[in-house]
Design a protein around this ligand. Structure first.
Ligand SMILES: [Zn+2]
Length: 87
């Protein structure tokens, strides 16, 4: 028996997960990241929804700074400054 799920199915699962990201735990995010990596699904914009270091989802209350086309968000949990380029 083959219980492997298809890439499309995994993508759907990931999209559903991220639509409710604020109620997820860092542990669940770690799992979904692994799943995406295994199926080679790029998270793209979704990566900006949680802290790179502790994987805590952002609540939207974090300090956000935009400077030189870079956006930085300070994690409330571990105080890591997450930086992204703005396209
Ligand atoms: Zn953090």
């Amino acid at each position: 028996m083959n219980f492997k799920i298809s890439k499309t199915e995994t993508e759907k699962q990931i999209n559903e997960f991220f639509s409710d990201i604020k109620n997820k735990t860092s542990k669940e995010i770690k799992k979904i990241k692994k799943l995406a990596a295994r199926k080679k699904i790029p998270l793209k914009e979704k990566r900006k929804l949680f802290c790179k270091k502790c994987l805590t989802p952002f609540s939207g209350k974090e300090k956000i700074r935009i400077k030189n086309r870079r956006k930085s968000t300070v994690c409330d949990n571990c105080e890591k400054v997450n930086k992204w380029k703005i396209d």
